[in-house]
Design a protein around this ligand. Sequence first.
Ligand code: AMP
Ligand code: TRP
Length: 354
Amino acid sequence: MSSPVSPEQKGGLTPTSFKPRIFSGIQPSGGLTLGNYLGALKRFVEKQDEGIETIYCLVDMHAITVWQDPAKLRHATREGAAAFIAAGIDPKRSILFNQSQVSAHAELGWIFNCVARMGWMSRMTQFKDKAGKNSENVSLGLFAYPALMAADILAYHATMVPVGEDQKQHLELTRDIAIKFNNDYGVDFFPVVDPLIEGAATRVMSLRDGTRKMSKSDPSDQSRINLTDSADMIAAKIRKAKTDPEPLPDSVEALRDRPEARNLVNIYAALSGHSVDQVIRDFAGAQFGTFKPALADLAVATLSPITTEMNRLMADPAEIDRILGDGAERADAIAQPILEQVFDITGMIRSRRK
Ligand code: AMP
Ligand code: TRP
């Protein structure tokens, strides 16, 4: 371990360069959806395959900011891990683990609770959406959630964070926390992270309402495609997806006021790896009676092998737990020295014998 560097020792700002490192997380608060796959998982795999150091986390401590049945949380964490691996994450090349096994997240999260300001947190739209009219009765953890998210990322000095569009504001807050910590303590310690919000499917919408995000917490199962859905279920959900009576247009521009049509075209583009322009060129003038079966075939061809592999992996939960444990050890080895430096910078005495 490198020795802790205190601002006093270094006489103020310490120029630090950060090597490229990716961190991202998904909550095990239910089954994963096509939105999670296209907005997150698929891109996690691409980043791993580009050869960048990648750390991926099932954020179980974030999940309990709203009530989770313990047995279901355990199941969803293992199923989430199975989904990562089935989608192409190689637990040898990437680090894959669940958050609560690495205590640095909670410890740095507390320090960031003392850096972040109440006003910043009050402006978070995800908190306002989740709390709704019930804000007096939600957990304190739900309010503090984005400070823990900043800790997830910054405990590894991660520089890039692939996420869907809905996480943009949380990543801006992560940048604000890093900057305020660096300023308050007169150090150049935490990197200012880059959000990676890319591709045609950064915001996959509900199949029932093109103005709402596809979400695992939507009460209607028809609104989403789950990674555990059978081929028949996927095809039926796409067939019944809400659309309008017009055929597909010949320009992307003309999709602007047709949210449901635009969503299905975006999903097709993301699944096929073609641009939205290309999909519009291929299907200009087509009725949904033609487009939907093509989309269903593509979705089934992509998702069925993943579902099959998830089921195979889920038959051996002990092996999944072993993979998560191994990932947690490797994650801890990166986070712990960084955390020790944070304790030193903030003036916490660390005199226990190791
Ligand atoms: P969550 O399920 O909220 O933990 O989200 C995990 C990741 O999936 C985050 O990067 C989200 O931005 C992404 N994600 C969730 N839902 C969608 C969606 N409907 N479209 C695109 N990305 C999504
Ligand atoms: N807040 C993210 C979501 O709900 C999940 C998350 C937690 C995350 N910690 C993270 C994403 C760190 C990226 C990096 O989708």
